[in-house]
Ligand binder design. Structure first.
Ligand SMILES: [Zn+2]
Length: 185
């Protein structure tokens, strides 16, 4: 009985290990998110630069008024601000692109999310969910099935041995042991 539980526990531990591995893969794929954060920060900084150009212009207007002179020429400042706004637009476009993209594990190229293949190197692109499902079916399910089957056999054997002396115990063990075996197909 306790052997059966040990095996079930070991099966559960294997699953947890696998989940941890998948979580690691997920964090590698979201490097994309780090890039996005850096770009957002740049956009924020650029907004700050625009504000300081506006402040400079305001100061010049103030000084001119105070001195009773002519309005200063702001052509250079206007050009500066327009350039900074363009930079922000570029950064925002890049962020939007990244949000909609996945990174190829082979060559690092970003491509539209949902694409089946990398446009640069041709590698097949999978999603995290697909990776997990594939790994789960290929590696975890058979291992847990073997463990459960072995444990079920042992439990059934133990139940057989206690058949004569312990009727209720046999029933409990048999039900627990049979369920996973029947589900495995
Ligand atoms: Zn690629």
């Amino acid at each position: 009985m306790s052997d059966f539980l040990d095996k079930v526990k070991s099966g559960a531990n294997k699953m947890l290990d696998e989940v941890a591995k998948v979580a690691k893969t997920a964090s590698q794929k979201t490097n994309n998110a780090v890039t996005q954060t850096k770009l957002s920060y740049s956009a924020h900084e650029t907004e700050g630069k625009i504000k300081s150009v506006y402040a400079e212009m305001g100061k010049k207007v103030y000084d001119a008024c105070k001195a009773g002179g002519e309005m200063p020429d702001f052509a250079e400042s206007v050009e500066k601000i327009d350039k900074l706004y363009e930079e922000i637009a570029d950064l925002k476009a890049k962020i939007a692109e990244l949000k909609e993209s996945v990174q190829c594990e082979k060559c690092g190229e970003y491509t539209k999310a949902g694409s089946k293949f990398c446009p640069k190197c041709g590698a097949a692109l999978t999603t995290i969910a697909e990776d997990f499902a594939e790994e789960f079916i290929e590696n975890i399910v058979p291992e847990v099935a073997v463990d459960t089957e072995e444990a079920a056999e042992e439990a059934a054997q133990a139940a057989q041995e206690t058949n004569d002396t312990n009727e209720p115990a046999k029933r409990v063990v048999t039900i627990k042991a049979k369920k996973p075996v029947q589900e495995e197909d």
